[in-house]
Design a binder for this molecule. Sequence first.
Ligand code: GDP
Ligand code: MG
Length: 175
Amino acid sequence: MARPGNKIIQAKLVLLGDMGAGKTSLALRFVKGQFFLNQEPTIGAAFFTQILSLSEATVKFDIWDTAGQERYHSLAPMYYRGAAAAIVVYDISNIDSFVRAKKWVQELQRHGSQKLVMALVANKSDLEPKRKVETEEGEQYAQENGMFYMETSAKTAENINELFYEIAKRLARAF
Ligand code: GDP
Ligand code: MG
């Protein structure tokens, strides 16, 4: 039950990033608490919902995931339409995924709304020994582009709830 004065915010959240970065895994970890080492690239709901309750608001997330269309390096405008928040994901063990994450940010800036809450997510933090993208690089790029930065692991669940809480808090402030 929502408390008096507690806002209810329905927010479309889009996941962006190259194939294999961990978009589907992040969503599944957050929504279902599950992780699969052999996550199928094109299989999945492509749509998830989850509710987060903060003291100041209740946020109902409609999470849009791709069904593999990111392999063409662009997504249909309807994917971005009406989105209130976006997560751009890359894999810390894959430089290419970071280079392409920047392209996804540019896509977002072209197609998304002005006041989108944007997170840059450095995923697979459990692969620290194989790290190819330094924390500072991600942080700096995020800062320059009005995003907040977070390192996550869908495998160990590190920072997954924190990521969505931070987005919810920023949405509550913006609405
Ligand atoms: P998507 O193409 O961006 O949706 O990426 P997927 O969620 O399908 O993940 C691609 C592969 O990376 C799968 O084999 C996942 O099991 C794996 N994966 C996703 N997140 C992590 C993570 O945090 N750590 C590790 N080690 N593997 C991950
Ligand atoms: Mg996927």
